[in-house]
Design a protein around this ligand. Structure first.
Ligand code: ADP
Length: 486
């Protein structure tokens, strides 16, 4: 069980219209700890028949929430932010228990997640419009921005807290109401946020959580609903595309944060120690289970041996184990399916000439721990050059020229995060401009922050989360044309 100071944070019902509710058919599903499969809770498993109530509720609540002053909305969000920080240790324990990441990393996610609420509490006050010089002597033009309406947020298990706050904070700040469907692997972090939302004074119906294992059927009902005006999704590319197609009939505004295939490039003139640290941070965070994790590490021939040697020595020291134990740096993978996928990618790489220089394939039993693996001699023929690994495997590719590595780095349908290390100023600009990615880390492996626009291009998605741009996805622009002003 999870040992909490504030036991009220642990909920097992859905949160609709300010009430904690069971499924109409009383079905539940088990949430387990991925480290030891211990049962953590039996959570309400909502069905299609439960959804109309939440949609109506959110629509009703929107009508009042949008009319509150921004000062009122901002102060409620600020309160929610403060409660998240006050309860950070407990929220982190819940997160580690259901997701597996080390407790220190979970605490980092809680603070990162809360930072979006703080940021958008402040941004709420800056939803400015425009006054545009008119196109006729009697014309005056004013642009106003209004909340788009009821928003659905569908979120994944790899950041059970921050993917919710990153969507919900700008939506609420803009004046929208939200329906959140967290991953069935990690609903407890979402429900804990609802406890604090209620305490912060977010009105009934403005913030709702649907817990369900019937994602595709429920997703269809939500995308079919003309009441819902906006879908914000973070998850796999395949599901994102499907939701985009489903949203076409009601022409919903859709934001998608999908898969990535991040290149991590180390040029000859890079600072070696920094590059190694950056690669470890980017590759092994969350056991490699993030969409911005380094997926392909390209190292220039002049620094190749030195990089591989130092990287291997340091990765070997990473402590793997139960995320709740002191000092653990890599927790378990989310489930045995994830272990099988990583094993499959390693098999494929070995059959195509790759060499394991650290670690080995993992047997997912008795748990899903997966000690880090490094593969040298990686090539573009291997599946791991094209698919998101989502595990602690670092394939290393050798390259000679800038042109060659830029071409290789861009040779993917994905375009989320990319990274490179080097010191030549001209090269830094050229490479940064040439990488076809929404985000480029230059001499850093950590790029996520509430103050910058997170998002991808190509098949990694659209829309931006965080920063001053993050609010745009939840607003409609309306222009008022005044005539006869003579
Ligand atoms: P992952 O492989 O990371 O679990 P998914 O895209 O399968 O990524 O899941 C991300 C989120 O999308 C989860 O909340 C999941 O329940 C939800 N989901 C999965 N399939 C569908 C679907 N067909 N319609 C709506 N939501 C879905």
């Amino acid at each position: 069980m999870i040992n909490l100071e504030n036991t009220s944070l642990l909920k097992d019902k859905a949160y609709i219209n300010g009430d904690w509710v069971k499924a109409k058919n009383s079905h539940t599903f088990e949430v387990t700890n991925p480290f030891n499969q211990e049962k953590l809770a039996d959570v309400a498993d909502l069905e299609v028949e439960d959804i109309p109530l939440v949609v109506d509720t959110a629509n009703h609540a929107f009508q009042e929430w949008k009319n509150k002053t921004v000062a009122e909305r901002a102060s409620i969000l600020r309160k929610w932010y403060e409660l998240q920080l006050e309860n950070a240790e407990d929220l982190a324990k819940i997160l580690t228990a259901e997701q597996g990441k080390p407790l220190a990393e979970a605490l980092g996610e809680i603070k990162y997640g809360a930072s979006f609420v703080e940021w958008f509490a402040e941004e709420a006050r800056r939803v400015y419009g425009d006054v545009i010089p008119g196109h006729g002597e009697d014309k005056r033009i004013v642009v106003i921005k209004q909340p788009i309406g009821v928003v659905v947020a569908i979120t994944p298990w790899n950041f059970p807290n921050a993917m919710i706050t990153r969507k919900v904070a700008p939506a609420l700040a803009a004046g929208c109401s939200v329906i959140i469907k967290p991953s069935e692997e990690t609903p407890l972090s979402a429900l804990a946020l609802a406890v604090l939302a209620e305490q912060a004074g977010i009105p009934k119906g403005v913030f709702n959580i649907i817990t369900t294992t019937n994602a595709s059927k429920v997703g269809q009902v939500l995308t079919d609903s003309p009441i819902i005006k906006k879908l914000s999704f973070t998850g796999s590319t395949a599901v994102g595309k499907q939701l985009m197609r489903q949203s076409a009939d009601t022409v919903k505004k859709v934001s998608l944060e999908l898969g990535g295939n991040a290149p991590f490039i180390v040029f000859d003139d890079a600072d070696l120690e920094d590059a190694v640290q950056g690669a470890i941070a980017s590759k092994y965070r969350n056991a490699g289970q993030t969409c911005v994790c380094a997926n392909r590490i390209y190292v220039q021939d002049g620094i190749y041996e030195a990089f591989v040697d130092k990287f291997t020595k340091q990765v070997r020291l990473l402590k793997v184990g139960n995320g709740l134990d002191e000092g653990v740096e890599i927790g378990p993978l989310i489930n045995s399916k994830a272990v099988s996928k990583v094993n499959h990618l390693i098999d494929d790489a070995l059959s195509k000439g790759g060499k394991i220089i650290l670690g080995a394939k993992s047997e997912s039993k008795p748990n899903t721990l997966y000690p880090p693996v490094i593969i040298s001699g990686a090539t573009s023929e291997m599946k791991l050059a094209h698919e998101e690994i989502f595990g602690p495997v670092a394939p290393i590719f050798k390259f000679e020229t800038d042109e060659e590595v830029i071409k290789a780095a861009n040779n993917t349908e994905y375009g989320l995060a990319s990274y490179f290390y080097g010191n030549n100023m001209k090269r830094i600009w050229k490479v940064a401009e040439s990488l076809e990615y929404g985000m480029v880390g230059i001499n850093t492996g950590m790029i996520s922050t509430a103050v910058a626009p997170f998002g991808g291009i190509k098949e990694s998605g659209n829309g931006r989360e965080g920063s001053k741009y993050g609010m745009d996805d939840f607003l409609e622009i309306k222009y008022l044309c005044f005539g006869g002003v003579v």
